[in-house]
Unconditional design. Structure first.
Length: 408
């Protein structure tokens, strides 16, 4: 195919309309038009950007917001879609501002293929995880606001109410308030205060039920998409969900583990000057994914002997706590990348208890040998604790001791 017949499209997205522009591979402006954000509009836009020649790719702004519907439509049509990062404000001031100008700018960026990333498809279970997690996050925020407001109202409540509820824990406070009734002798302020507190407590319970439902849904979705991910040490359902959201339904768009680390803001950035040679934390990328990596690192520092030994060694080398966390997050990003791009089945622990009993070993003997709590052995045999590394270690220890036990 003659390169001169290739074209590239750019789309400036908005809530109700999208503005599309088409350029040739030599940068010539061919045509531009506006389309509504409806199914018919998406079909018309697709026809418009493909009727001027062989479409190389389409650059779309806001593929995860206003351009999400169009991105799904173009993916289904087999068109390569890249997400175009909006240019710097200084650049926009120099060239002016209009939908047509922005659409042509998106096309030029897609043509250069710089400052672009492959767009998420948004059509699989990762998208279902994203919407569930978003609803859960807002419910948690609302529940926090409710309890803060409850306790604030109690601080300023009439003394009789304040004395009754001020020293209760959150759980007991909610229980008492939901079962409370108006008191004889209360004035208008006290009566209305009790009513407001009771309604807030009822709202808190409703949000509790909603959050529990979201937690159940997230657990089911994550187990379906990538059961091995939540079996890695320190990775809980919520952190696993966030990492799957960041990777998207098409994790093959992640070219390498370094690209995933950059996406999560966990890649080391040079911060050297003069005689100082060092790296610093990356403050870019997906901050929610970076937060998930940070939580995993904190859990491993608290519970994993190997991670603690690593931190001790690096501290002795002169590394600061921030440097150590940066290194840990980078290593976790590498591990997560391989778990996401090459999903594995969940590790089975059903053989551990029968093997231990066949060898005549008690939970206490195993716990002493593996230097862990008895409860951990019991829980991992039942599949409650998800720690693949420890599971393999336990199984290997049983296999090593099996010949000795049989010989005895």
């Amino acid at each position: 195919m003659n390169d001169q017949s290739l074209i590239v499209a750019g789309v400036d997205t908005h809530k109700d309309t999208h503005y599309a522009a088409v350029i040739s591979v030599t940068g010539e402006h061919l045509s531009a038009a506006q389309f509504p954000t409806t199914d018919a509009g998406y079909r018309a836009l697709e026809g418009f950007i493909t009727c001027h020649g062989a479409l190389l790719r389409a650059g779309v702004e806001g593929t995860n917001s206003y351009g999400a519907g169009l991105t799904r439509h173009l993916h289904e049509a087999g068109i390569e879609v890249v997400e175009v990062i909006r240019p710097a404000r200084q650049t926009r001031r120099m060239r002016g501002k209009s939908d047509e100008i922005d659409a042509y700018a998106a096309a030029h960026i897609a043509l250069a293929n710089n400052n672009t990333v492959a767009a998420k498809t948004g059509t699989g279970l990762a998208e279902a995880i994203r919407v569930t997690n978003a609803a859960r996050r807002s419910a948690i925020k609302a529940r926090t606001e409710v309890i803060v407001q409850l306790k604030s109202l109690i601080v300023t409540a009439p003394e009789s109410i304040r004395t009754e509820f001020r020293d209760l824990t959150t759980t007991r406070l909610i229980t008492r308030l939901t079962g409370s009734r108006a008191r004889v002798g209360d004035d208008e302020v006290a009566s209305r205060t009790r009513t407001a507190l009771k309604r807030l407590a009822a709202r808190y319970q409703q949000l509790d039920v909603e959050i529990a439902g979201h937690d159940t849904d997230l657990a089911q979705l994550v187990d379906t998409v990538n059961p091995a991910l939540v079996q890695a040490r320190g990775i809980a359902t919520v952190t696993a969900a966030q990492l799957l959201i960041t990777a998207g339904d098409n994790p093959d768009r992640l070219r390498s583990e370094a690209a995933f680390a950059m996406l999560c803001g966990a890649s080391p950035l040079p911060a050297s000057s003069g005689k100082t040679t060092r790296h610093r934390l990356n403050r870019g990328g997906d901050r929610a994914a970076n937060s998930a990596l940070h939580k995993i690192a904190i859990v491993r520092l608290a519970t994993d002997p190997e991670t603690r030994a690593y931190a001790t060694r690096r501290t002795a080398e002169g590394k600061t706590k921030k440097d150590i966390l940066r290194c840990l997050k980078r290593a976790i990003a590498r591990e997560v990348f391989h778990l996401i791009t090459t999903p594995q089945p969940a590790a089975d622990s059903s053989d551990l208890r029968p093997t231990r009993k066949r060898l005549g070993l008690s939970l206490t003997e195993v716990a002493d040998a593996l230097d862990c709590a008895i409860s951990k052995i019991s829980l991992i045999e039942r599949g409650t604790i998800r720690d693949t590394r420890f599971l393999h270690r336990y199984r290997a220890w049983l296999n090593e001791n099996q010949p000795h036990q049989i010989a005895a």
